[in-house]
Design a protein around this ligand. Structure first.
Ligand code: GTP
Ligand code: MG
Length: 223
């Protein structure tokens, strides 16, 4: 009983901070996306691809979450986008307080989109609201096609699924239809964008999704 109460307190404190962040972002009409996935599914690769393809058209910034190192922030900066690194020192997810703490390090003026790359983990990040407008859930084909049924909270939280490393499908036992059937039992209407960050295939659909969400946010409309 006690453990449940403590968790509820942590989550309700997080929710209050997340609401304040959402208000802050809404006043600026700034789209904020929370990127969720297991370690290594390709979150930073997707950000690098997006930065290189769209940096002349969109103003973006990134908050990176990892246990240790600033490797991902460095990768994003090399792609020409400002990035701030959070090290959770063992923590398995980002919290709204962590976002609030690093936000002053970013210039939000004129920004179109703020990406938050969460700690690689398909469990805990699904419980923590960061004040985002939408959650982008990445899955790579090497993780197997059975993940929706095994990790429902992450898929329930998601607004779009990016199925990455499609170039590796011929080398794995991943069956796209089995994945889609499993996903439809959790959240049938979730859009799935199949792509390969390394090959650069299928990225246009992601860019279209992203730009449509930015337009909606600027118009003050909900998806
Ligand atoms: N074959 C293949 N490899 C990919 C693809 N996308 C990313 N990778 C590789 O997968 C590895 C992990 O990619 P990252 O972008 O670092 O993944 P991440 O989700 O940011 O990882 P964490 O931040 O550690 O959770 C790297 O070696 C990438 O080059 C892809 O589409 N196909
Ligand atoms: Mg990364």
């Amino acid at each position: 009983m006690k453990r449940v109460r403590i968790q509820q307190t942590v989550l309700s404190h997080n929710a209050t901070t997340a609401d304040a962040l959402r208000q802050h972002f809404a006043e600026r009409r700034l789209l904020v996306l929370n990127l969720l996935s297991s370690p290594g599914s390709g979150k930073t690769s997707l950000l690098e691809r997006t930065a290189v393809a769209l940096r002349d058209r969109l103003r973006m910034a990134v908050i990176e979450g990892d246990l240790q190192t600033d490797r991902d922030a460095e990768r994003v900066r090399r792609a020409g986008v400002p990035a701030v690194q959070i090290n959770t020192a063992g923590g398995c997810h980002l919290s709204a307080e962590m976002i609030q703490e690093v936000l002053p390090q970013l210039d939000l003026t004129g920004l179109d989109v703020l990406f938050i790359e969460n700690v690689g983990n398909l469990v805990c990040p699904a419980e923590f609201d960061l004040g985002e407008d939408a959650t982008v859930l990445l899955i790579s084909v090497t993780e197997g096609d059975d993940k929706p049924g095994k990790y429902p909270p992450a898929f329930l939280k998601a607004d779009v699924v990016v199925l990455n490393k499609a170039d590796l499908i011929p080398h794995t036992n991943f069956e796209p239809q089995r994945f889609l059937d499993d996903l439809s039992r959790i959240k049938g209407d979730l859009p799935v964008l199949t792509l390969s960050c390394t090959r650069g295939q299928g990225l246009e659909a992601w860019f279209d999704w992203l730009q449509a969400r930015i337009r909606l946010k600027k118009e003050g409309r909900r998806a």
